[in-house]
Design a protein around this ligand. Sequence first.
Ligand code: 0L1
Ligand code: MG
Length: 259
Amino acid sequence: MADLQALAERLDEAQRLARATPQLEDALSILDAYQVQRALLERRYARGERRVGIKMGFTSRAKMVQMGVSEMIWGRLTDGMMVEEGGTVDFDRYVHPRVEPEIAFILKRDLPGPVTLAGAAAAVEAIAPALEIIDSRYKDFRFSVTDVVADNSSSSSFVVGPWSTPSTNVSNVGMIMSVNGEPKQIGSSAAILGSPLRSLVAAARLASEAGESLRAGDVILAGGATAAEALSPGDHIRLEVQGLGIAEFTVGRTGAASG
Ligand code: 0L1
Ligand code: MG
């Protein structure tokens, strides 16, 4: 039987040292993979990080095709992953970072699942454009569904732009992600399960099933609307979402992994 704590320790070290690790040798069940994820996050919480929400993954066809995965997954977000809008991230802290355009929700009340679309909408405090920096800890960014779930669904960092009123309709709005001024990914929020709000409904259900219901103040990333782009030092990333505004950041090279 796989030692789930040992797998969490291995993935934690890969993240802290920004060093790739081989895919997991053990054939884990999906439940075991989420147990590894939980143990991985317990290690971060023990170092002082605080849970701030969850991210959904593979909620768009573009992402499923890019990574060869066809199942929706989720991961935990901490305050240590938050990057100030307009800020700079340190390339050396990641293994092989990529960025993808997303929509973020923040909740004004607890949202235990399962919920209806209307119930989810009523719990939203505000909506924002967001950029997720994903970084698989696995060699060559290759993984199975259980590998990626164990690795906290490649969660790494995220940038949230200006918050808009919850009545803003984001079911089908244009999203343009540019790298160094050049549009690289152009899509619509409708690529996220037909509407990002459906991703919030799914997040409420999946988190509740795992005994970790969504809470007031949580940030939920709805999932990449398009394929992700690899990051390089010096890159400037800008996402413009119709009706929501802009989120951006720069990739610097200011230090090394913390160890
Ligand atoms: O938003 C997403 O669909 C991200 C999925 C995370 C897994 C990955 O692509 O590494
Ligand atoms: Mg994502």
